[in-house]
Ligand binder design. Structure first.
Ligand SMILES: [Zn+2]
Length: 331
């Protein structure tokens, strides 16, 4: 990492630098940009720190190198088609708890093993390696099945970076270049055609869900509503176990009544975990504004829209929405 041939030559140059020189340069950099530094020795030193820093995972320089690679991909392939953030909620994941050493049967759900949300968060926080391993395993599976596996259709490239969030767990920011024949200009031209427009909206409505109407229709069979399942667990177990539906195992596709159970599961998950409640992060870009002029950066509550539509002149797509507080989700 530090074996570049010119490093030896520069060492002599750095020996002539005093701590005052560095302090002056730092002061200038804090006031203006790095390009304002006039001392050639400092410039060389900064260049070398950058060269070394590129190899240090998580450093500013390594991140800047990743950005350069993304720019290169954009020059080569055009703009990416999808920007995806994968943010697994590890504190509700049975598999993550299992990796973190909790003795549980993944096929048999026992609420008492799960303890409280706080307890689960504690277990996860004390086992960062286990959490990172399961994250890696999960992301690899998603990339294998969704990106390379063709669920999104053929792709030209993808580029993802892993970061850690404020709460300590990992997330992935992923750019995907889809291999389809439409450029943005072609899309704008094609939406003038009624059939194309209808199909595009149908496709988007199939992928992006903004409310629970279709799922409620499917589960409306006169029996328990989806949220009853949660209630019944709490009734049999009145102590402090908070069973979040995300902790429950996913429905088995082999079961006869799979479609109805699946819809019920979606309703249950969305009702408990996907309905927006304002928090301080909603207003993190509204600092210094008065309470009345602050706006939620998630644009909640959403404006209700009866039917999805597409503005022919601007190309703007507005999706159907019958619930003002639901975060859009994929089925
Ligand atoms: Zn909000």
């Amino acid at each position: 990492m530090t074996s570049r041939p010119y490093f030896q030559r520069s060492a002599q140059l750095f020996e002539t630098l005093s701590s005052e020189d560095v302090a002056t340069a730092l002061l200038n950099i804090s006031k203006a940009s790095y390009s304002k530094v006039s001392d050639e020795r400092i410039k060389t030193l900064m260049k070398h720190i950058k060269v070394v820093g590129e190899h240090v995972m998580g450093s500013t320089h390594s991140r800047s190198t990743l950005r350069t690679k993304i720019h290169s991909l954009c020059f080569n392939l055009g703009l990416p088609s999808l920007f995806v953030i994968i943010n697994p909620v590890d504190i509700h994941s049975l598999v993550t708890l299992y990796f973190a050493g909790v003795d549980l049967d993944l096929d048999r759900f026992l609420p008492e093993v799960l303890c409280t949300i706080y307890g689960r968060a504690q277990i996860i926080a004390t086992q960062p390696v286990a959490t990172a391993k399961i994250f890696n395993c999960l992301i690899k599976s998603i990339l294998k099945c969704l990106v390379c596996g063709g669920v999104l259709g053929p792709t030209k490239a993808s580029f993802g970076t892993v970061g850690s969030q404020g709460r300590g767990s990992l997330d992935l920011h992923l750019l995907i270049w889809l291999k389809h024949e439409y450029t943005p200009a072609q899309l704008k031209e094609n939406i003038q055609n009624q059939d194309f427009r209808d199909n595009l909206l149908k496709y988007l409505e199939d992928v992006v869900k903004e409310d629970l109407d279709v799922f409620r229709d499917e589960t409306n069979d006169g029996t328990n509503t989806a949220s009853d399942i949660r209630v019944s667990i709490q009734e049999t177990d009145p102590i402090t176990y908070e069973v979040v539906p995300a902790c429950l195992s996913t429905p088995n596709p082999a079961s006869d009544d799979y479609h109805r159970i699946f819809c019920k599961d979606v309703v249950r998950l969305v009702e408990t975990s996907n309905i927006h409640k304002h928090s301080t992060t909603c207003y993190k870009y509204s600092k210094g504004k008065s309470d009345t002029s602050k706006t939620c950066r998630m644009r909640m509550p959403r404006v209700l829209v009866k039917t999805s539509n597409l503005d022919l002149s601007t190309g703007q797509i507005t999706m159907r929405q019958s619930h003002p507080w639901i975060n859009n989700f994929n089925e």
